[in-house]
Ligand binder design. Structure first.
Ligand code: HEC
Length: 157
């Protein structure tokens, strides 16, 4: 092999290598997804992928409770303030047993309301004086007891 032949051969090999290089480069471009265009790594999409599966709902807002006819949770045997009052609270609050403030007794409830409705809710739930927690029905939800309180308070508006 003389010099000329060698150079021709050398250039041919270089040419082939160059073609292979571009071919690989091109294939790599085609098979690699363009990350700058996808939203895979935007903060929004990352957040949505790592966000917690559930959220606790702490809101127990008053408006919801005002609607005393709204259904409460499925496990509660009563559907609204009137039903729970008739089934549980009236035992004491209709006649004023144990000195309980009577249903419809405005002055008696006016004094109680001075503490704020939230306090009345809380006391009806955890019990106060001679009144047992939840009027003796711990199986009922807090929400339902609040409906009961709302129902009683409706009578003294
Ligand atoms: C066993 C009798 C009894 C039952 C049943 C009962 N209560 Fe009472 N309740 C009382 C008595 C007694 C008081 C007064 C307690 C005190 O102030 O010492 C009272 C007070 C309350 C008060 C005022 C609390 C405060 O902070 O002043 C609310 C509100 C109330 N009851 C709601 C209810 C509701 C709602 C129910 C039904 C789920 C219910 N009660 C069932 C006896 C009862």
């Amino acid at each position: 092999m003389n010099d000329k032949q060698f150079i021709t051969f050398f250039l041919a090999v270089m040419g082939v290598l160059l073609i292979i290089f571009f071919a690989i480069f091109f294939i790599a471009q085609v098979v690699t997804p363009d990350l700058s265009k996808s939203d895979e790594f935007t903060s929004n999409s990352i957040e949505s992928r790592i966000k917690p599966v559930g959220k606790l709902n702490y809101s127990d807002s008053n408006e919801k409770l005002q609607k005393s006819n709204t259904k409460t949770s499925q496990i509660d045997p009563y559907n609204n303030g009137e039903e729970i009052y008739n089934a549980v609270c009236q035992t004491c609050h209709t006649t004023g047993v144990l000195n309980s403030p009577k249903y419809g007794d405005k002055p008696a409830w006016q004094i109680r309301l001075g503490k704020g409705k939230e306090v009345l809710y809380a006391n009806a739930i955890k019990g106060i004086g001679a009144m047992p927690a939840k009027g003796g029905r711990p199986d009922l939800s807090d929400k339902l007891i609040k409906f009961g309180v709302d129902y009683i308070l409706e009578s003294v508006k």
